[in-house]
Design a binder for this molecule. Sequence first.
Ligand SMILES: Nc1ncnc2c1ncn2[C@@H]1O[C@H](COP(=O)(O)OP(=O)(O)O)[C@@H](O)[C@H]1O
Ligand SMILES: [Mg+2]
Length: 333
Amino acid sequence: MINTLLICGGGGSEHQVSLRTADFIERQLCELEEVALERVEMDGNGRLTDRHGQVRRLDQDRMLRDENGGAWEVHYVIPAIHGYPGETGDLQSLLDLFGIPYYGCGPEASKICFNKVTTKLWLSALGIDNTPYQYLSSREPEELAKASMALEEWGQVFVKASNQGSSVGCYKVSSTQELDRALEQAFALSPYVLVEKCLKVRELEVAVYPYEGKLVITPPGEVCAPAGSFYSYEEKYSDASRAVTHVEAPGLSEAQVSWIHEAARRAFVGLQLKDLSRIDFFLTESGEIYLNEVNTFPGMTSISMFPKMMAHAGHDFRRYMANLIRAAVNRQS
Ligand SMILES: Nc1ncnc2c1ncn2[C@@H]1O[C@H](COP(=O)(O)OP(=O)(O)O)[C@@H](O)[C@H]1O
Ligand SMILES: [Mg+2]
């Protein structure tokens, strides 16, 4: 038996979404005979509780302990946490320290991809096109002037807190008043802020993962935000979402698909990603293709693209997970 610990929640702005992702993973894994699954929810202080509300603690000797002296040896961890401290790589650092193998990217790749500024530096270093931007490191007048100039030059911009996901801290801005407010809100959420040129785009994304010894990059899927809006937190997760998704984007040319595949491969390999990622692209009206972001732990709710694109590619999530868990635990022993 491989004792697998599913850690979800995290206490941040994406806590609830993480629980839904964990539900999906749990449903898949409970059908695997060789996997014994325990699920714990983490709060904002790193405290773990199990499904009975009992406090649990993961110790350096890889034991998951309860308050009655019970202990369960952990062989593998699934950090199902969007945002801090899972998708940001912090929990993975601790797991590395304890020597417990886990699902997904290591701390370094996670950290790089979670910071929208750092991601851009890496993308440019890897020769992957990304949207024009300005970067603000403080609210000093000369930094704020960069944002005003960007708005003037581009007419409309996206202000983004650098260390957030799920469209939290992401604002579409068309006027100076909106800019001031957006910068204030973004700086309240993260130490760095990105001001990006707002483009009229189609939003394409690929799932990237190893399957039976090969790195798979799926055909691009597409999310269509409702007219006049963008792909906000609401549109991503609410039941009333008006966003339309296509598991395979219609009407792309072969050249466009291969361009996207080449960029996705370069990002996955160059950033040393592991096990999974959803890589998001913008296709602009004039035909440029920009890599928007790399999600090292994409959503896996019932309406999420990663599992849908994997299924569409004819791959079985259960088999994929079983292979990863088995291989990681074998490497360990
Ligand atoms: N430069 C841009 N031009 C047009 N739309 C954008 C731009 N940047 C972001 N968006 C819109 O905002 C959404 C969220 O931005 P994104 O950078 O993907 O942040 P998050 O990490 O929160 O998903 C995108 O899915 C898209 O709808
Ligand atoms: Mg996004």
